[in-house]
Design a protein around this ligand. Structure first.
Ligand code: ADP
Length: 389
């Protein structure tokens, strides 16, 4: 009987090999006073004299540990494993599949038990929505040890890195392709007026690449917390007026009515005026860009006592337009990096899809909120709150 027991040495060696567990050797030196998990006891799989050390290891490491016997019946499940798999009930002696709920993973452990070769795979249990890395290795003919690591955050980071690279190259490809074409045309010695027009278009394409690089740099600085807001109690009026002045030429060119209702022009808010000006200009720029000729763009300012349950007072600033609007299905996503409602339409209109992501970070950095309401075909309202000083 004793021969059939899993030697503690086997388990520890396997652990060290499999999971590069940072704190394992450290925890082995700790006193064995940790209480053993009450619900799940390893029974005949482990020498009783060795159980306390095994429990101490399982409780100290931040990976989940599962021991199954030759028939894939559960003999030990650590608390960490239960949490990762979203299990709340005692489950000893049930089949492994009842907690993994993944046939591929269950079959993989079956293969490990058959040929003794260690294996690993990634699982995404629907119940917990997490990404788990599973390593399984045989325990000298007495079953198998499964180590589970929660790699959700890592895989999300990896995905966002891949998305960023894909998005940046996509955004660069279009202006670069158009630049190449323009250069080729100029090289073919076209009449001077055509050459002049091509050069102007080249300057525009270079501007859009420069804008992309500048906004990416801005976003990287903000997201890494390297942008410090210079907050001071200042009146909102001058910031709004300056933004309106800057957007007016564009609005006039499209015959748009540009107006502002600012009853609280002297109201001081706690803000970095350059950054709030940047947000306003971005919202006004979008409003003008997505509103057809003859439409109107308005800024409205109100004082409110509470914002989303947060007691104020707050200053609520809204930029309203009578433009194309945003479909309800896109509305929740427009603050994501690179998100554009209709790529074909926005390519023509210009823009990187980064402006709103930056604006949201900046307003949240002030302790406020930025959100959008829109009815497709009728117009959009972008609003943000700032704390009254
Ligand atoms: P962009 O540089 O493309 O304008 P933004 O992050 O500022 O990037 O906006 C993201 C997308 O949200 C835009 O491409 C557009 O599809 C949509 N959008 C933003 N503002 C408006 C608006 N006022 N009206 C309609 N659509 C808008």
């Amino acid at each position: 009987m004793h021969d059939a027991m899993i030697s503690l040495l086997d388990i520890i060696l396997t652990l060290a090999l499999l999971a590069s567990l940072g704190g394992l050797f450290w925890c082995l030196r700790r006193p064995l006073s940790r209480p053993a998990p009450q619900l799940l006891q390893p029974t005949d799989s482990l020498d009783p004299a060795e159980q306390p050390l095994f429990f101490a290891v399982a409780a100290a490491v931040d990976v989940g540990m599962i021991v199954v016997d030759q028939h894939r019946q559960l003999r030990f499940v650590s608390q960490a494993a239960m949490q990762m798999l979203g299990v709340h009930e005692p489950i000893l002696y049930l089949g492994l599949i009842t907690i993994l709920r993944d046939h591929q993973a269950d079959a993989l452990v079956g293969d490990v038990l058959t040929d003794g070769e260690p294996r690993e795979m990634t699982m995404r249990p629907i119940s917990s929505g997490r990404t788990l890395r599973l390593n399984a290795s045989a325990l000298n003919g007495a079953g198998a040890l499964l180590i589970i690591r929660d790699v959700t955050q890592l895989s999300m980071l990896e995905r966002s890195r891949r998305d960023l690279v894909a998005n940046v190259s996509h955004e660069l490809r279009t202006p670069l392709a158009s630049l190449k074409l323009l250069v080729e045309t100029v090289q073919s010695d076209p009449p001077p007026d055509v050459a002049h027009r091509m050069l102007e278009q080249m300057a525009q394409e270079i501007d859009s690449v420069t804008q992309l690089v500048d906004e990416l740099h801005d976003l990287a600085q903000i997201e890494s917390g390297r942008v410090s807001l210079k907050l001071a109690p200042l009146p909102i009026g001058p910031v709004i007026e300056r933004a309106l002045e800057r957007i007016r030429p564009q609005a006039d060119r499209k015959g748009l009515t540009l107006g502002a209702e600012i009853p609280h022009i002297e109201q001081a808010v706690l803000m970095d005026p350059n950054r709030v000006g940047q947000v306003l200009l971005n919202l006004l720029h979008n409003a003008v860009k997505f509103t057809a000729e003859g439409g109107n763009v308005q800024i409205r300012v109100r004082l409110i006592g509470e914002d989303a349950g947060q007691v104020g007072p707050w200053l609520l600033v809204s930029v309203c337009d009578s433009g194309v609007g945003i479909p309800a299905s896109d509305l929740p996503r427009i603050f994501e990096r690179f998100y554009k409602v209709d790529r074909a339409r926005t390519r023509h209109a210009g823009g990187t899809g980064l402006g709103l992501a930056i604006a949201k970070h900046l307003i949240e950095g002030h302790g406020g909120r930025l959100w959008a309401e829109s009815v497709e075909g009728r117009g959009s309202t972008f609003s943000f709150t700032l704390p009254v000083a």
